[in-house]
Design a binder for this molecule. Structure first.
Ligand code: DGL
Length: 278
């Protein structure tokens, strides 16, 4: 929609697959009145083991698609895309495409809150191999909390387990426990573990089962929701451009029925997705 030459429309939420649904739910809980378009690039997930260039190219395609559907604001509900593509899109692509639109990520809003949670200042981050390799969490945490120690750990099996519908299976317990043990071997004084991949909350019950008492396990959804509420209150020019009807459209690059089946488990309500090509 265009009003006085300015695009108005829904908030776009993008992830490589199902993980962004954990962010979407919390954003919708915090901001229920807005319209949303969720786009999962399930056909090309996982992104976590892909190179910088590929993640950047796929993410840019998704952002352009959401812009073409009228989204003035897109949230990269994916740490891998936030780590590997966000800055280039913000600094290089947005000024050319449309400087009035915005693309935001999930890493900064997560990092901003950890000072209120940790006592030891030793922070563990679980993420995809791509997020861990990017060093983004270490960099962002060091900017805000120079005295903290950040220990990152990649869990390459977790996203494939989730994307393949195996999150609840007994086999998943093995891979969850293994990565927790490995992280805590690196730094036993960790008292806060951030789930730095939007897929991981889908495994949260199993993660909590194997994390020792006294260590906080922090999913990102609620933090991103709060941060967006704050962002919109500070940016009324953007807030005015967002349409309000409480609707959500679901798009997937995979087969729509397959998406509907899995998404309904993660969201605990049914969805009716449309299959698209990027
Ligand atoms: N959910 C994404 C993240 O937060 C990416 C998972 C993947 O595709 O590997 O990193």
């Amino acid at each position: 929609m265009t009003q006085n030459g300015i695009t108005t429309g829904p908030i776009g939420i993008f992830d490589s697959g199902y993980g962004g649904l954990t962010i979407l739910s919390e954003i919708r809980r915090a901001l229920p009145d807005y319209d949303y378009i969720y786009l999962g690039d399930n056909a090309r997930a996982p992104y976590g083991t892909r190179s910088f260039d590929i993640v950047y190219r796929f993410t840019l395609e998704a952002v352009e698609n959401l812009f073409a559907r009228g989204c003035p604001l897109v949230i990269l509900a994916c740490n891998t895309a936030s780590a590997k593509a966000l800055r280039t899109i913000q600094q290089t692509n947005l000024p050319e495409i449309d400087p009035s639109r915005r693309v935001l990520g999930v890493i900064r809003p997560t990092v901003e809150t950890i000072g209120d949670i940790t006592r030891s200042g030793k922070i563990g981050i679980f993420g995809t191999p791509g997020t861990v390799k990017s060093g983004s969490y270490e960099m962002e945490i060091a900017k805000l909390y120079p005295d903290f120690k950040t220990v990152t750990h990649a869990c390459p099996m977790w996203v494939p387990l989730i994307e393949n519908g195996e999150a609840a299976s007994p086999g998943a317990d093995y891979f969850v426990k293994q990565e927790i043990d490995r992280l805590l071997e690196k730094e036993p004084e960790i008292d806060t573990i951030i789930l730095g991949c939007t897929h991981y909350p889908i495994l949260i019950d199993k993660i909590k089962k194997y994390v020792p008492d006294g260590i906080a396990v922090v999913p990102q959804g609620e933090l991103v929701g709060k941060s967006l509420v704050d962002y919109l209150s500070r940016h009324p020019e953007m807030e005015k451009r967002l349409t309000k009807g409480g609707r959500c459209t679901y798009l997937t690059t995979e087969n729509a029925e397959k998406f509907n089946e899995s998404a309904s488990i993660f969201l605990s309500h049914t969805v009716n997705a449309e299959s698209i090509t990027l």
